[in-house]
Design a protein around this ligand. Structure first.
Ligand code: NAD
Ligand code: MG
Ligand code: MG
Ligand code: MG
Ligand code: ZN
Length: 445
């Protein structure tokens, strides 16, 4: 009986994959209406219905599968997502559909959903009006942790955290405390005005967003959530990686600026007190004699720390260099990385950090993409680097082990259920995306 059931299931999967490959929307919908759990099932070489639809540019089928909640990130035996496949075959319309959460060059923490409107930061009257407007959104951070709720669950996965959006009334008492920090994040991006709008209608400002930061526990806010469970995640590194792509971008912006405020309360030129200006994007010294008040001083502005992160490719093109720090979970290897130093180009920082950490010398360096990393304010600059030597000698202060891994070993690490000699960091890290980029450069369909 069980065997019969299994083969009936398998037959349905075959029918689904075949219909997706042919672009038969009716058949895809009919199979999934009867057996929704088959949506992410795979056929030969790990291909899902989404991948077959994407391979042949079937927009309607891809849309239907996405609407029904399929996993757009799953990879086939060549470690390609449906997006990689549609990009390879030149189906731009399908790429755009799939690219919403996996666009080329876009990394987690990198999405800008707000227009920062930096010119408004000095407009006190405008800021004041936006602060009290009914549609204004406040994000609350306690000790740099955003207040989130866990009301819904991602399909078959871990709980999804969502940012709690508060109104002015809720945060008003907190805003009156002198130690609270308020940062203007921007306004929601809007579509162009519709042609039906009356010419005499005044254009309305889109909703503004602010971040409110406190060093207090702020636990009194956790009670007001009704059905949903509210919390300030304390292991922020891990928990921040479970936000949606849209919310991760705004958290990266807010958390880095708030982290700067929490660590730079005093003027670093004269040690005097400071005052917040420019919607939370500047701290000016209160000492009228301070040199920081004359000319341009980067001490007054939030900091961004550039970090190069590189996937070093073996001269044979078929292996890459990955290292592990002692603090990594067992078996995990990642790209080498390091802070850019003053007066250094990105290429030189890649060469220096690679040689310091692994002893390997690097020649050509190619930029791939970057990622804001708000722990607290790094900008990860992702590169591919071609090695000119292969002997490894690790800097044991920083790296426990570094090894050359073959393309197949790396591909297996990206596949569910494959035998693995290593694990790579999660998809939200640019390290993961660089590794996938290298695998995808040799499309093996
Ligand atoms: N998103 C990702 O995929 C990813 C992957 C790897 C590393 N990272 C991040 O990159 C950052 C840098 O990597 P690393 O630790 O290998 O760098 P690294 O190799 O330069 O070594 C770190 C050391 O550099 C010194 N340092 C120099 N400038 C610093 C600065 N501005 N801030 C802090 N320390 C500074 C400190 O002594 C620190 O211990 C880390 O904070 C890490 O969180 C992110
Ligand atoms: Mg390093
Ligand atoms: Mg280093
Ligand atoms: Mg360094
Ligand atoms: Zn000063």
């Amino acid at each position: 009986m069980a065997d019969l059931q299994l083969s009936a299931d398998e037959e349905m999967v075959e029918r689904l994959l075949d219909a997706a490959a042919r672009g038969d929307l009716g058949q895809v919908s009919s199979v999934l209406s009867r057996a929704p759990s088959l949506i992410d099932r795979t056929g030969s070489r790990g291909w899902t219905a989404l991948m077959f639809g994407a391979r042949n540019g079937h927009y309607d089928v891809v849309k239907e599968l996405l609407d029904r909640g399929c996993d757009r990130f799953s990879v086939n035996a060549s470690s390609q997502t449906a997006y990689d496949i549609s990009k390879f075959w030149g189906h731009g319309h399908v790429c755009r559909l799939l690219g919403r959460t996996d666009a080329p060059g876009e990394n987690y923490f990198g999405r800008e959903t707000l227009d920062r409107l930096s010119a408004r930061r000095t407009d006190q009257a405008w800021l004041e009006a936006r602060r009290t407007a009914a549609d204004t959104v406040y994000l609350l951070f306690s000790k740099l942790s955003p207040m989130v709720s866990t009301s819904c669950r991602r399909q078959g996965g871990q709980p999804e955290l969502r940012l709690c959006r508060l109104g002015h009334d809720a945060v008003k008492p907190l805003l009156q405390k002198p130690s609270t920090v308020l940062v203007f994040l921007g306004v929601e991006r809007t579509d162009p005005p519709s042609p039906s709008r009356q010419a005499d209608e005044a254009p309305r400002d889109p909703p503004a967003w602010f971040a409110v930061g406190t060093e207090e526990d702020a636990d009194e806010f956790l009670a007001g959530g009704g059905e949903e469970k509210r919390l300030f995640p304390r292991s922020s590194h891990r928990d921040l990686l479970t936000l949606s792509e849209d919310e991760a971008g705004v958290v990266a912006q807010a958390r880095s600026v708030l982290a700067w405020h929490s660590r730079y309360s005093f003027c670093s030129t004269c040690g005097g007190g400071t005052r917040l200006e420019d919607g939370g994007y500047k701290r000016s010294c209160l000492n009228a004699e301070c040199p920081s008040l004359r000319g341009v001083h980067n001490t007054c502005y939030p900091r961004v720390d550039p970090v190069v992160i590189m996937l070093v490719i073996h001269p044979d093109g078929q292996q890459c260099l990955l290292g592990r720090k002692k603090m990594f979970p067992a078996g995990m290897f990642s790209c080498l990385a390091g802070f850019v130093e003053p007066g250094e180009t990105l290429e030189e920082a890649v060469r220096r950090e690679t040689q310091e950490e692994s002893g390997v010398k690097v020649g050509r360096v190619q930029y791939v993409s970057c990622q804001p990393w708000p722990m607290p304010s790094s900008l990860m600059i992702g590169c591919l680097a071609i090695a000119v030597t292969t002997d490894i000698r690790v800097d044991e202060n920083e790296i426990e082990e570094a090894r050359w891994f073959s393309r197949q070993q790396v591909m297996d690490s990206l596949l569910d259920g494959a035998q693995r000699v290593l694990t790579v960091p999660p998809r939200q890290t640019i390290a993961h995306q660089l590794i996938k980029h290298w695998i995808g450069m040799n499309a093996n369909l």
